[in-house]
Design a protein around this ligand. Structure first.
Ligand code: BGC
Length: 713
């Protein structure tokens, strides 16, 4: 298919139609009766609907086939629709939510998640997924932290890249591959006060060094689409922000793919106060380089007139439509408009045993053991009760799992009993006072109380910001209840964002299980009984209270840092809480214990063309085998701009047999020691650096070295 030729055969209305994305029901229902509301909102008539270029959300192969058939029947040009949807951490086989997945520090699992998602989603005829979400965030009040990979730019890049590669592999036309649409460009994760859709205002330095790195990694990995964000940046809505879409994305990063607005975000620039009406919004969108408009109709209803009265240059439309048609060609839609959709394959592949096994492997590595005073693994000689609001819950899929079915997930209590755990009571209660007299008898008889606490699945995710990130007071009372009953307790924590756990720290153990997907409880049971050893490490700092937010490990030092010991009045600190988080970035326990000794660096000084080799011995001092994630951080002590106290620059997740000792080696190059200036250019400055290695961002061994112009002989 010659795209340029095809473009020339299209009428202006048909070109503009390619730039519209709407929901599937527009194409298959009786428009008058069933979707009158939506049709009226968007002011679309049948002709406009049947010129649309792509569809948002599709339930299954038969729906896709029906929509495509109806569409092609009515369309003159016979350009197939492209189908897109949010497949975020699994299609029907649900993997851990992205934040949990990142705690595995194992990008291979993220790749697996994307592969399984792509294979399943493409059987429904989906061609594009709105994933990965590369929005860095340091504010757990923002509900969408659950969709991202935490607070660190380096880790964000690694996970984003693996996910893009997993969806697309080397060619999106091949069966079982789909195109990745990285989102939300840009800096959406920095919404002020953690309130969704809120303003973003930040320095160019933070943008380039921290917030943009994830999107850039996705673009470098070949992501075919990028979605704009709801927020403003420099006062301009991202959806019509020329700096973002033209200067940065296309000119500087060389992005050749398709840009798409977020849901209705082009129209919403009116509410932002940046357009008088849909007509002005259309002008700003097309001039900024926005190709597809999702779920609003500024382009469809106004672009033609704007071209006719010479306000908009038709060339801009041609460029956008060319990119859209090129993507359709790359997907293979001109060869097969029903690409991927197959009811037989759907039955065979979706939620297959193999896919569920992969989801379980990911879940096993995505739980973080936050505390363990000898409670875990569970002891088959002891008696347990399990109570709390999630004691009988199978709602472990988490936000953005619209195809997942929680009712197919397994009960934790049954899995524990199958493994020989004496669980004498499992009761889903929202407060200890809901326990009956006979329940209380069993509680008295038990040795340990397992408390299944946390957030509801719908308490994180889009539009689910919270100003108080403690557990509900009713839930905290389960811990005091256990103390009152003179029992040991452990907390199983289901949730989507870092929580303030200060008030439950008296419990004897905390296993942080987020929402681990279809196989969550199977993995949790294996971790609790010691069949598997927890290995997750936090990718967001957990604050001591909400007032510490934003809190992140890679902060600047300030001119008056708080140091340990001594009288420190006029320094950067709080009167009522420590500066440090309750649990730092990179933190997570294991049933094994790891000892770090004998760190060494290959040289005291290196030039920009040399590499620094760093090694350290790590020993599993227990007879329990397990994974340890060895983390490497640097600090640039003095530069033209202030650099963070610590920056993650490498990690290795390594298996240790019982009492095994290994030498772990890293290399640092000039790339790791450089930073970005406000114009987004890479800068390398000589001077003194520290390299630190350890098991989390606080427990580290440090050595200094210099980056020099030339080595003095
Ligand atoms: C969300 C996006 C999502 C889109 C389409 C929006 O509300 O912000 O993340 O991809 O809807 O479902």
């Amino acid at each position: 298919m010659d795209i340029k030729k095809l473009l020339n055969t299209l009428t202006i209305e048909e070109k503009i139609g390619q730039m519209l994305q709407i929901a599937p029901f527009f194409f298959i229902k009786n428009l008058e009766i069933e979707v009158a509301g939506n049709v009226n909102d968007l002011a679309l008539n049948e002709a406009k609907i049947f010129r649309a270029g792509s569809v948002l959300g599709i339930r299954n192969a038969s729906e896709m086939i029906e929509v495509q058939k109806n569409y092609l029947k009515k369309s003159r040009h016979q350009i197939p629709l492209m189908f897109m949807a949010d497949v975020i951490h699994g299609y029907e086989t649900i993997f851990p939510v992205p934040l949990a997945l990142s705690t595995s520090w194992n990008p291979k699992l993220a790749y697996d998640m994307a592969r399984v998602s792509a294979i399943e989603a493409s059987t429904a005829g989906l061609h594009v997924t709105f994933s990965p979400m590369a929005d860095l965030s340091r504010d757990p009040r923002w509900g969408r932290v659950v969709e991202g990979f935490g607070e660190d730019p380096y880790l964000n890049q690694i996970f984003t890249k693996s996910i893009v590669e997993g969806y697309q592999q080397d060619d999106i036309s091949k069966d079982g591959n789909i195109a990745a649409c990285v989102k939300h460009f840009a800096a959406y994760g920095a919404s002020e006060s953690g309130r969704d859709y809120n303003t973003v205002d930040m320095s160019r330095l933070s943008m380039h060094n921290d917030y943009f790195t994830g999107y850039k990694a996705a673009v470098d990995a070949g992501a075919h689409l990028i979605m704009t964000s709801f927020n403003v940046l420099d006062g301009i809505p991202a959806t019509v922000n020329k700096y973002l879409l033209k200067d940065l994305l296309r000119k500087s990063w060389g992005f050749k793919g398709v840009t798409i607005s977020d849901y209705d975000s082009l129209h919403q620039i009116i509410e932002h106060g940046c357009a008088e009406d849909d007509k002005e919004a259309a002008i700003r969108g097309i001039e900024a380089g926005l190709d597809i408009e999702m779920a609003s109709s500024c382009y469809t209803n106004y672009l033609k007139k704007l071209v006719e009265n010479q306000t908009v240059d038709i060339k801009l439309i041609d460029q956008a439509v060319y990119r859209i048609l090129k993507l359709k060609k790359q997907i293979g839609l001109f060869d097969n408009p029903y690409k991927g959709a197959s009811i037989e394959q759907e039955e065979k592949l979706v939620r297959s045993a193999n896919h569920l096994q992969r989801a379980k492997e990911a879940a096993l590595e995505s739980a973080v053991l936050l505390k363990n005073d000898g409670i875990l693994p569970l002891n088959k000689k002891l008696k347990y009760v399990m109570i709390g609001p999630y004691a009988e819950s199978t709602s472990t899929n988490g936000p953005w799992s619209w195809h997942g079915r929680n009712n197919l997930n397994h009960q934790l209590s049954e899995l524990l009993v199958e493994q020989g755990i004496s669980l004498i009571l499992t009761k889903e209660v929202s407060h200890p006072s809901d326990l009956s007299d006979s329940d209380m008898e069993l509680v008295r008889e038990s040795d340990v109380i397992i408390l299944a606490l946390g957030e509801h699945e719908k308490e994180s995710g889009e539009a689910h910001s919270r100003s108080d990130i403690r557990l509900p007071r009713k839930q905290e009372s389960f811990v005091t209840f256990s103390e009152f009953m003179n029992k040991k307790s452990m907390v199983l924590l289901y949730h989507g964002r870092p929580l303030d756990l200060t008030n439950i720290m008296q419990t004897n153990a905390i296993l942080d299980v987020y929402f681990l997907g279809s196989m969550a409880n199977d993995a949790i049971a294996d971790l609790m009984t010691g069949v598997n050893n927890p290995s997750g490490k936090l990718t967001m700092s957990y604050p001591r209270n909400v007032g510490q937010i934003p809190i992140y490990y890679n902060h600047l030092n300030t001119g008056r840092p708080k140091t340990d010991g001594g009288h420190n009045e006029f320094v950067s600190y709080y009167l009522d809480v420590e500066n440090s988080p309750l649990f730092p970035f990179g933190y997570g326990l294991s049933y094994s214990n790891f000892n770090y000794t004998d760190m060494s660096v290959s040289k005291k000084s290196i030039t920009k063309d040399e590499k620094l080799k760093i090694s350290i011995n790590v020993e599993n001092t227990t007879n329990i085998p397990g994974y340890e994630t060895v983390q490497l951080y640097i600090r640039d002590y003095s530069a033209t701009i202030s650099r963070p106290l610590k920056q993650l620059k490498g990690f290795k997740k390594i298996w240790f047999d019982q009492h095994e000792k290994k030498t772990v080696e890293f290399e640092l190059s000039n790339h790791d020691l450089s930073f970005m200036n406000g114009e987004g250019q890479t800068v390398l400055e000589t001077g003194r650096f520290a390299v630190m290695i350890g098991s989390n961002s606080e427990t580290l061994t440090k050595m200094d070295f210099h980056l020099v112009k030339e080595v003095v002989k």
